[in-house]
Design a protein around this ligand. Sequence first.
Ligand code: NAI
Ligand code: MG
Length: 359
Amino acid sequence: MNYKIALIPGDGIGPEIVAEAKKVLDKVCETYGHSFSYEEVLLGGASIDVHGVPLTEEAVETAKASDAVLMGSIGGDAKTSPWYKLEPSKRPEAGLLAIRKALNLFANLRPAYLYDELKGACPLKEEVIGDGFDMIIVRELTGGLYFGERKTVEENGVTTAVDTLTYNENEIRRIAVKAFDIAMKRSKKVTSVDKANVLDSSRLWRKVVEEVAKDYPEVTLEHMLVDNCAMQLVHNPGQFDVILTENMFGDILSDEASMVTGSIGMLSSASLNETKFGLYEPSHGSAPDIAGKGIANPLATILSAAMMLRYSLDLDKEADAVEAAVQKVLTEGYRTVDIMADGMKQVGTKEMGDLIAER
Ligand code: NAI
Ligand code: MG
């Protein structure tokens, strides 16, 4: 198959890790007879340096004309980088928010998977880890509290701030459909997380999710209150497969879930719109502290590329192969410095990419 992929190397370690993901995708093409064409897109600091703004119209158009976008990470060191002398709306992060919005990416996917080989980095006790865990959080990204009306008012000398949490049934339905579709590609269980004992928006959430579930008889649906979910993630993470939730709960729970894996350099993510199109990026940032040193862990980006194969290009077998290669390289004892442990073989960014491509 032929696909058009927009590549956003970005800032800091971004260009180094995206190069390794591309190396792996080239190998996928060679092995399975596909042909991907790449178009490079500037975003964040890299775009500011060339165009004076973190995102151009042209960059958005290139992204839109592609089948999927693979991104490194953007941003610099806020204390030293000249990008942060600009006003907030002109800084690198503004470009990322703007492109997500322009592409209508309402579904954010964050897997949290514990490799047996990296159990040592997991902060949970052995009896809690059990057989490990393999979950994916599906977070609504363009509605709820972060996008509702907000205001601060002064009355009789008292300041009051108001944020509004709004969801309509269509917004809930489309994210629920994504979660159930994903569950069909996994072990067919959805845990929908809300606060239905208190919030009207959560009661509507529950009702709509129940309706959507009727179209997926093979998928088991359970509801969980968000405070309980926060506890369960560190008490019994193995119970989860797909966690479906709204914007703010998802923000908090996905960070919690990523911390229980203990390895930031391993965590992929995706943001999807209503079609198959999506933007894929590691969960971590641009790590300016290690940029240019050739030591960054490219696995989160390589695993993001695997998600791209699975969710945007429908190349499941190829995605499985990339994930199996990552597993194999870890089993063989290769580690970048961030996941290094006694007795393992330390490799740099490029070597790690080579190893995955070979496997
Ligand atoms: P960060 O994730 O870039 O780094 C946190 C720590 O983890 C650092 O010590 C870093 O060296 C390490 N680390 C991160 N990724 C790694 C990898 N692949 N291999 C080895 N070590 C890795 O978070 P930080 O320092 O808070 O932010 C740095 C910049 O990244 C900021 O400008 C921030 O705004 C931006 N950022 C961008 C994101 C994005 O592009 N989506 C997301 C988060 C932060
Ligand atoms: Mg967050």
